[in-house]
Structure formats: structure tokens, C-alpha cells
Write a protein that binds this ligand. Structure first.
Ligand SMILES: Cc1cc2nc3c(=O)[nH]c(=O)nc-3n(C[C@H](O)[C@H](O)[C@H](O)COP(=O)(O)O)c2cc1C
Length: 223
């Protein structure tokens, strides 16, 4: 991969992905601010591979603490600069979060709307069984929530030349953050070795999204 360089004159995005999902299901905002000692969380964090179904509110908390946009600065050309819990090259946050969430329904798949703190459903019924089967070959999903990281080149290619490695590093930053927040919320979490590009190709056919990571998140069995 080439060395990325910020463009002196950022250009308008090419191939903007408009999934046209007008339905927005707002998620609850955590009422009480959680407190956890980050050093203790890091000591106890480990990959856990048993996944119970999550309550909708717990998934909402996870997304809030890992990915909710906190500040925006308008910028031309788009995308706007955003501040979220974890850093991203140029504040572009090119990596979007797509969840297959059994908590929302058997066939539910939706994009996280980072600004609104909600989910925007997409139609994937035809390919969902294939996607689940393919991922279960890597690690049984059980009742877990699947998280796909889908990089949108149109959010970063206007700001950098050779941007490709930046979206992979953004995805790594996010996966590390997911693992810490999952532990802090007493959830089980496992990143997977597959990129998800095949599944993103099936679910988001006709777009330019790239699969840059897949993870499984689930509740813990009460002991
Ligand atoms: C990029 C990445 C890919 C991974 N892929 C898998 C995987 O496909 N299956 C799996 O069971 N664990 C996977 N893991 C989890 C690692 O196996 C785990 O982090 C490692 O064994 C260390 O254990 P720990 O996380 O408990 O410290 C992956 C972790 C990362 C960061």
C-alpha cells in the first residue's frame, strides 16, 4: 500500500454511497454515565467466545460509548470533521458500523447513524443466511450480534492520496476500542480474522464499501 498524503486541495468525493435508508430507529441514550477504571478493565479484558443475545439497550450503550459522534465541524468538501470516542485519520471516520442484531429482529441488519445515535435498516433478507453461515465457519455466532466494519472510500479519498492503509488502521483502532468498552460493560467480544469483504459485497451490492473487519458481540451468561 502506498504512503498516504493529505491532499493540498481536498477534492469532492467520488462514488458517494447513498443507501437511501429513510427509516431511523433511535437508540436510547445511557441515562447514567458509566464509571469504570480503565486500568482494571485492561487487566480483566480477554477475548470471550460465548455469545448470548443482547438487550437492545445494551447494544445502544455499546454503540454510544464506542462510536457516537460528539462534535462536528462543517467542512467543504464533505465529509465534515467529526470527533468520536476513538480517533480517525483526518476526522473522516470512513469506517461505518453495520450490525446484524438479533435483538432487533431475526433478519435485522442496520447501519449505525453516528450523529443521530440510531440504526438505519437495510434490506439483506436474501443473503443473511449465507452471511451468517460464512461467519459461523470462522466462529459460531450463537446468539451474538455481528458487527461489520465497512469502509466508505468516498469519505476519505478526497482528503488523502493513497488512503487505503488509513481505513485499515481506523478499523484496528475501532476494534481495540470495542474490546475495551465490551469488557467495561461486562460483554463478550471477539474480533475475527476475516475482512468481511465477501459479506459486505453480498449485503451492499452495487456500492463501493470495503469490508475491513468483522466482530461478534454478545451478553455473558449469568453465573
Ligand atoms: C485482528 C484479529 C483477528 C482475530 N481473529 C480471530 C478469529 O478469527 N477467531 C478467534 O477465535 N479469535 C480471533 N481473534 C482473537 C485472538 O485470538 C485473541 O485476541 C488472542 O488469542 C489473544 O487473546 P486475548 O484477546 O484474550 O488477549 C482475533 C483478534 C484480532 C485482533
Amino acid at each position: 500500500m502506498g504512503e498516504p498524503k493529505p491532499r493540498e486541495c481536498p477534492s469532492n468525493p467520488i462514488g458517494v454511497n447513498n443507501l437511501d435508508s429513510k427509516i431511523l430507529t433511535l437508540l436510547d441514550i445511557p441515562i447514567e454515565r458509566k464509571s469504570a477504571n480503565v486500568f482494571e478493565v485492561l487487566v480483566t479484558r480477554q477475548t470471550r467466545r460465548e455469545f448470548c443475545k443482547l438487550e437492545v439497550g445494551v447494544l445502544a450503550e455499546f454503540l454510544w460509548y464506542t462510536a457516537k459522534t460528539a462534535r462536528i465541524q462543517r467542512r467543504i468538501p464533505p465529509p465534515d470533521w467529526e470527533h468520536r470516542p476513538f480517533p480517525s485519520a483526518g476526522g473522516c471516520h470512513a469506517t461505518q458500523i453495520l450490525v446484524i442484531s438479533p435483538s432487533h429482529g431475526a433478519d435485522y441488519c442496520g447501519f449505525y447513524d453516528h450523529c443521530a445515535h440510531g440504526l438505519r435498516p437495510i434490506e439483506v433478507e436474501d443473503v443473511l443466511a449465507t452471511v451468517r453461515d460464512q461467519i459461523s465457519e470462522v466462529l459460531p455466532i450463537q446468539d451474538g450480534t455481528l458487527i461489520f466494519l465497512a469502509a466508505d472510500p468516498s469519505r476519505i479519498s478526497g482528503y488523502y492520496t493513497n488512503w487505503e492503509s488509513l481505513v485499515w488502521r481506523d478499523a484496528g483502532v475501532l476494534i481495540g476500542g470495542f474490546s475495551v468498552v465490551a469488557e467495561a460493560l461486562d460483554l463478550n467480544f471477539c474480533p475475527l480474522g476475516v475482512s468481511g469483504s465477501e459479506q459486505i459485497g453480498l449485503m451492499l451490492e452495487g456500492t463501493t464499501y470495503l469490508g475491513v473487519g468483522v466482530c461478534i458481540l454478545g451478553g455473558r451468561r449469568s453465573t
